[in-house]
Design a protein around this ligand. Structure first.
Ligand code: NI
Length: 199
């Protein structure tokens, strides 16, 4: 977080949005009961509160090098997730996922097939596990302005969406792990991975 120059007055600071520090919110960790709630649907779109929530999620995700984050992870009981990035140092081999804000999401499986893949979570720092996920999905929802979004996704894109939407029904990825011989500490499992960000 940038620090405010000592010479800047409080008034000037408040009037210049360029000078405001990034509001990086605390990410709740597994064990916090707020991560286990069923998130409430957003009922009003295009409000200052919703736009601020989205900005806080963006800033928090960026600071943590996350591939996605859900509102419950910063203690907000609303059905809002964001995900996507061109390149993520935590997932260097992953294909790009479109940067998306998804409100009140719904997922439909388009295939009975599942595939295993490694996942981590900002709420489960320092750990990775193999999680089976549906290979192909259709997801829908709304952007923060209330415009509908509907897409089909497969592979890593589908995995990210399923992981993030799980946060809205109180599911963390360790609850989806079936083979606990493939669950452990990132630094042990992937010693070459840049661990500069916690997870
Ligand atoms: Ni997560």
């Amino acid at each position: 977080m940038p620090t405010r120059p000592a010479t800047t007055s409080t008034t000037a600071w408040a009037n210049d949005p360029q000078l405001k520090p990034m509001p990086v919110r605390t990410i709740l960790k597994m064990g916090d009961p707020r991560l286990l709630r069923i998130a409430q649907p957003v009922r009003r779109f295009d409000t200052p509160e919703l736009h601020q929530l989205v900005q806080d999620l963006r800033d928090t995700m960026a600071a943590a090098n996350g591939a996605g984050i859900a509102a419950p992870q910063i203690g907000v009981d609303l059905a809002v997730v964001i995900f996507g990035s061109a390149h993520n140092p935590r997932y260097p081999d992953a294909p790009p996922v479109p940067a998306t804000v998804l409100v009140n999401p719904q997922i439909v499986a388009l295939s009975d097939d599942e595939e295993d893949g490694w996942e981590g979570c900002l709420s489960v720092p320092g750990l990775r596990g193999v999680v089976p996920r549906c290979t192909r999905i259709r997801y829908s929802g709304f952007d923060p302005f209330g415009q509908p979004i509907e897409r089909e996704a497969d592979g890593f894109h589908a995995r990210v969406v399923q992981h993030e939407c799980d946060h809205l029904i109180g599911k963390l990825y360790p609850m989806r792990v079936r083979d606990f011989s493939r669950f452990g500490y990132t630094e042990v499992l992937f010693p070459g991975l840049d661990a500069s960000s916690d997870d």
